[in-house]
Design a protein around this ligand. Sequence first.
Ligand code: ACO
Length: 354
Amino acid sequence: MRPKTVTPAGIWGTGIYLPPRVLTNRDLEKMVDTSDEWILTRTGIRERRIAEEGQAASDLAVPAARQALAEAGVAAGELDLIIVATNSPDMLFPATACLVQHALGAVRAGAFDLQAGCTAFIYALACGAQFIATGTARWVLVIGTEVLSRLVNWQDRNTCVLFGDGAGAAVLGPVPEGYGILATRLGAEGAGAHLLSLPAGLSRHPASPETLAKGMHYIHMNGREVFKFAVKVMEEGFAEVLEAAGLSPEQVDFFIPHQANTRIIEAAAKRMNLPREKVWVNLDRYGNTSAATIPVALHEAVKAGRIKDGDRVALMAFGAGLTWGGMVLRWYDPRKENHIAREGEDGHYPHEAV
Ligand code: ACO
């Protein structure tokens, strides 16, 4: 039966985990033919975090998830669904989400991974929101987690200076009408698939001594072409998602862009007419953590008091696929006084008519 109403979904809590080990541009100068000056001026990155040996994507995801659950006031056992957005899963199968589900003790939750390059977190948020909208799920945990340091060729200066490891999580749940996700736009240009890929190890090019010798198990990227795509979709996608939300650029209170390159972010913000103080940038500290950039930046911006209840927040990302995605939310702070508590005395949730 089709649901009679659509339940708005919003973010109740966020959490992050960044491994403590720091790799600076100066450290990289000793590893490949590069310089701190080149990396900083071309990308905006100063340093990135690197997972400890033996630490996989699920290991980073679990502490981020625990923090998000604690902030949301939701117990792991209440989760209906876990979606892990990642391009560097622990292994191809089982899904990293299943490993997280077990570690959290989220015994009632379904669990799967979602792969959409660096756009994966926005795709995953959009996906989780559908389950809430239809009443199929109440609490959905969405995590972006990456250990890209295992997928880059540390001898390839074109890629190894760009990426970092980290995880961010968000708990999605029902919110009052007018709050939560206002609009989403997801896009893909598969014609550009070859521009950013990790070609070997699966059905197209099974792992072999030859794929190994050619380094086909590493990330390969045509940075210049990805750059052009990024600048184009950041502007066009933003315009599309704003139109869908019925907002003008001036009505956006805060912007969380994918953290790949400050030049991309600055070009996009300029074209979107967004002043610098409305944009969160942290790639100087973490580099590009792919599917984790958006939730990590979102968490930091909320903690810094830059995103408050009622604010209109835009998220934009692009990545391998090629893919892009945009989302506009009206921020819901469950702790704000006038908000209906998560579960009223009569057991109703905020979206339900009392
Ligand atoms: N240190 C020094 N020199 C370098 C380095 C380095 N680390 N890397 C490249 N160079 C050299 C190149 O070899 C080239 O030299 P050449 O002209 O002699 O051939 C020169 O610098 C210029 O190279 P470009 O590729 O033109 O440099 P560009 O200004 O485009 O910057 C960069 C490269 C930073 C990769 C940029 O293109 C970029 O950010 N692209 C977008 C990448 C991206 O956002 N990816 C995100 C998606 S990730 C995902 O989905 C997993």
